[in-house]
Design a protein around this ligand. Structure first.
Ligand SMILES: Cc1ncc(COP(=O)(O)O)c(C=O)c1O
Length: 389
């Protein structure tokens, strides 16, 4: 008897049907260059993606260095521009050294795999980003899941381990609700138990810390010998790519050992140029970071005043609860049709069973734009979206 069926992908249709019934189908919507929408859906936290200083830097880098990096970093893919970006990023965040990757995803895989191994323990926050979870899976280390933002839970796992080597890993700002991790307490737990701390500051860089220098700097941990930070260049820095920042010996080790560094083509020069351009804008205009945090509070307060369940923003992400996946999708579609772009998070991308709209508190939003967005969300809210039902 054989278990083979004629159609090896028949199971895909069954999975699609289940997804459809649960209201969880995801759709690609190619956006035009000028959508006319007020964008509260992207991760362009500082509103720099179309800033001419950023786009000119990208264009200039492409003209000078080419359309691609031409090879992996250890062969031909490290240009002087990559080295310049690494120096300036490290200096901006107060780290000894930095290493640029083709994405934040590959930076996270690099940090978690190259700093651990079968003989190590990784303690990971229960709500960490998918790229950290995948890094844990690839690491071959033993993984302990710690309760969300609970330094005591991290401490207990580190204290009771049999492995000599250990790291703790956490997002600095969690991407769904925009809540911040207790980094200073996590670092203290690590120090007490001879572990290193790895922080994914994808949503903190450019928003938290003095002038947007990030959550690690804000927690007083910049330059710490036992803390490693990963970032993406694709949010506040308005580009594409990622980086690992930390002690020089850690960065040098990643060059030798991180497979997503060694076996991946270097970051495209245009992306390196754009990130460097955005970093220089942020250095010249540090108030952009303060404004992003202010916008987040204005948005969250206005939404609560309208009766919605809104998260308390620690950075530039504000989420609003929706009654169900279907109403969340319909709500997002309705405001989109009326000129407002918002994100929509549903299971399985949420930490609980609640679907949400996710709003980006861009630092370039005006007070009038914030009021307009909140009044539109209020007018179109589905039944059950407000606290009083
Ligand atoms: C917390 C977090 N870490 C890592 C990443 C991955 O970064 P990238 O998009 O540069 O691969 C993201 C999302 O993009 C993220 O939200």
């Amino acid at each position: 008897m054989t278990l083979a069926t004629a159609d090896p992908f028949a199971w895909i249709d069954a999975a699609a049907e289940t997804r459809q019934r649960a209201g969880l189908v995801r759709t690609l919507r190619p956006r035009p260059a000028d959508s006319g929408l007020l964008d509260l859906a992207s991760n362009d936290y500082l509103g720099l993606t179309l800033d001419p200083r950023v786009t000119d830097a990208a264009a200039e880098a492409a003209r000078r260095w080419g359309g691609g990096a031409t090879g992996s970093r250890l062969v031909t893919g490290t240009t002087e521009l990559h080295a310049e970006l690494e120096r300036e990023l490290a200096e901006f965040c107060g780290a000894e050294a930095a290493l640029v990757f083709s994405s934040g995803y590959t930076a996270n895989l690099a940090a978690l795999t190259a700093l651990t191994g079968p003989e190590a323990l990784i303690v990971s926050d229960a709500l960490n980003h998918a790229s950290l979870i995948d890094g844990c899976r690839l690491s071959r280390a033993r993984i302990a899941r710690a309760a969300h933002k609970d330094p005591g839970a991290f401490r207990a796992e580190l204290a009771s381990r049999s492995e000599t080597r250990a790291i703790a890993v956490s997002d600095s700002v969690f991407s769904v609700d925009g809540d911040a991790a207790p980094l200073a307490e996590l670092a203290a737990a690590c120090r007490d138990h001879g572990a290193a701390l790895v922080v994914d500051d994808a949503h903190g860089l450019g928003v938290l810390g003095a002038g947007g220098s990030g959550a690690v700097a804000a927690a007083g941990l910049a330059g710490a010998p036992d803390v490693v930070t990963t970032v993406t260049l694709s949010k506040s820095l308005a580009s594409q790519g990622g980086a690992v920042l930390g002690p020089r010996r850690v960065i040098e080790h990643l060059v030798q050992a991180a497979r997503t560094f060694i076996f991946d083509t270097g970051l495209a020069p245009a992306a390196a140029g754009a990130a460097l351009g955005a970093l220089r804008v942020l250095r010249a205009e540090p108030e952009r970071a303060d404004r992003a945090r202010e916008v987040a509070h204005l948005l969250a307060d206005a939404l609560r005043a309208e009766g919605f369940e809104s998260s308390e923003p620690d950075a530039a992400v504000v989420s609003v609860r929706a009654p169900s996946p279907e109403t969340a999708v319909a709500w997002a579609a309705e405001v989109r049709a009326l000129g407002l772009g918002v994100g929509c998070f549903r299971p399985p991308s949420v930490p609980d069973r609640f679907s949400r709209l996710r709003l980006t508190a861009r630092g370039d939003l005006t007070d009038d734009q914030i009021s307009w967005a909140v009044s539109l969300l209020s007018r179109t809210a589905p039944e059950g979206a407000r606290r009083d039902g």
